[in-house]
Write a protein that binds this ligand. Sequence first.
Ligand code: ADE
Length: 241
Amino acid sequence: MILQALSVFPEMFEPVMSTSILGRARKAGLFEFQAFDLRDWTHDRHRTVDDEPYGGGQGMLMKVEPIFEAVEAISQDGPRPHVVFFTPCGVPFSQQTAERLASYDRLLFVCGRYEGMDERAYSLADECISIGDYVLTGGELPAMVVMDAVVRLLPGALGDEMSNKDESFATGDDGGLLEYSQYTRPAEFRDMRVPEVLLSGDHAKVDAWRRADALERTCRWRPDLIETACLSEAERARAEE
Ligand code: ADE
């Protein structure tokens, strides 16, 4: 997979893209990453990428011409990229979106700054993504959030192929719940004991306990997920108690 980012702060990406699981996956050749400086597609001495909004109002907007020139130039060689813009006005990001994005050969992430972009720039977008209902200073952190969620889904990225199958938000025919509670040694810490069933070695009982725990946690912390979760009739009855 080829991941590319267009930004006025391309230097923000390298530490994240070369550390931990992303760094290892990149070294292993599971993906290539390149960050481009939007200012390379300006033509004035000050390398201007922003301007005042028509009609007045606060703040500055990103200009349309450098974004068009950059996206067209970057897209020219190789397969056409799937172009994603980051904005708080985009579609909320989810695990499902991460799974869909992980199937593209090439993604180009366009990161806004300032108070937004000239609306005409968004005509280049195949989709617009928001990472949540809050306003950040730019699209770089959102782009890295999405790249992290996508790269860890690439086959081989996590080492253990199972480790993204039964986690929170995993889709599939028993999916949609938060992940169950997990414990490691010691079995007792400051009067807090690991649930006895997890020490029993009885795998069927452990599986049943985990499923019930996932259901209970989801009811408590994310009741909004219950409606769309894949539940048995008995589980749904329990969730509605
Ligand atoms: N740019 C600024 N805030 C953002 C958000 N919440 N999601 C995506 N892009 C953004």
